[in-house]
Design a protein around this ligand. Structure first.
Ligand code: HMG
Ligand code: MG
Length: 291
């Protein structure tokens, strides 16, 4: 089952920094993006057109998008609603990401909408983004367990997934937002999804709260997944998901798969430097439930 090649999408400049309480300057963010691009990442999630009052750290997303355009980088920006899409289109962002919680309670807290309300808006948003020729990532957040409702059922995940597939998103990204998934659940969930939607591209997005993220990567590979999000230095977290910690670390993920003979196209020494730089930006020192 082990793939010869995987795509690693770096989400540090967005997921890594969005939860950071200390202000990080736009120049520091650009510096991090430079280092990550130089490490070999072909796609980086760098911006988030959410409300600056909800996530102040992402308030400079227009400036960051302009910088990424200047670099000629393929980057992803979060667009939870039509206002966000308008902002992304104004900046000519190449790839957008819609995010919807499989858990209704989480979605209400994260974007002030029920899951079905978000799905309704996503329908218009995705049609418009497709019309504009954008690459579309559809995130399903809290796709395993949730800090508010506990276990999330497959049916809840599929409720969002089937809509994303019908709407023709380019990739469906399955998020373990609070890092509570375990390899057995991950394998079962991805196996069912890839079985139901054999032609759909899936991405796995793991957080590392319980240090299960590397094991979850292997479990999802066993179900055929070859695209993974990760964050340099293991930074990350969602401000509306209490108790969650960082994303899977890009350094750890890439070291593991490269050691097993799988190509990522990433220069590990350069990534190690980028990871150190990312950690230096963060004031959040405690990572993971068991550390
Ligand atoms: P709302 O308060 O419900 O917005 O927030 P509204 O539609 O009621 O509008 C209120 C005002 O906000 C209006 O302005 C709008 O124009 C304005 P007014 O008329 O009062 O002057 N507004 C906006 N302004 C700027 N940008 C916008 C925008 N939208 C409305 N996009 C909203 C709804 C979605 C904006 C808010 O809830 C929000 O920004 N939430 C962000 C939550 C977030 O960023 N969470 C973290 C990312 S998700 C995540 O981390 C999970 C992930 O990593 C995957 C995983 O781990 O599973 C992706
Ligand atoms: Mg995340």
């Amino acid at each position: 089952f082990f793939p010869k090649e995987v795509e690693i999408i770096e989400v540090g400049p967005r997921d890594g920094l969005q939860n950071e309480p200390n202000p990080i300057t736009t120049e520091q963010k650009k510096d991090l993006i430079d280092r990550l691009a130089d490490s070999g990442f072909k796609r980086i999630e760098t911006a988030s057109f959410v409300h600056p009052k909800w996530v102040p750290q992402m308030a400079d997303s227009e400036e960051i998008a302009a910088y990424c355009n200047q670099l000629g980088l393929t980057y992803i920006a979060l667009t939870p609603n039509m206002k966000a899409l308008e902002r992304a289109l104004a900046m000519d962002v190449p790839q957008i990401a819609v995010f919807i919680g499989a858990s209704n309670e989480f979605n209400k807290r994260n974007v002030n909408r029920t899951t079905d309300e978000s799905l309704k808006e996503a329908e218009i948003l995705i049609r418009e983004a497709k019309h504009e020729g954008k690459f579309i990532r559809g995130y399903i957040s809290m796709a395993f367990k949730c800090p508010f409702q506990g276990y999330v059922s497959f049916e809840e995940v599929n409720h969002v997934c089937s809509r994303f597939v019908d709407l023709g998103v380019d990739e469906v990204d399955i998020g373990d937002t609070n890092g509570k998934a375990d390899p057995k659940l991950v394998y079962e969930r991805f196996a069912r999804l890839t079985d139901l939607y054999p032609n759909q591209t899936f991405v796995a997005h793991f957080h590392d709260t319980y240090k299960m993220a590397l094991a979850n990567v292997i479990a999802s590979m066993q179900a055929g997944i070859t695209k993974f999000d990760s964050s340099a230095g293991g930074l990350g977290g969602c401000p509306y998901s209490p108790g969650s910690t960082g994303n899977i670390s890009s350094e750890e993920l890439i070291y593991m798969v490269e050691e097993m003979g799988c190509t990522t196209g990433i220069n590990q020494p350069k990534l190690a430097e980028a990871g150190k730089y990312a950690k230096g930006l963060s004031s959040v020192k405690l990572k993971g439930e068991f550390i």
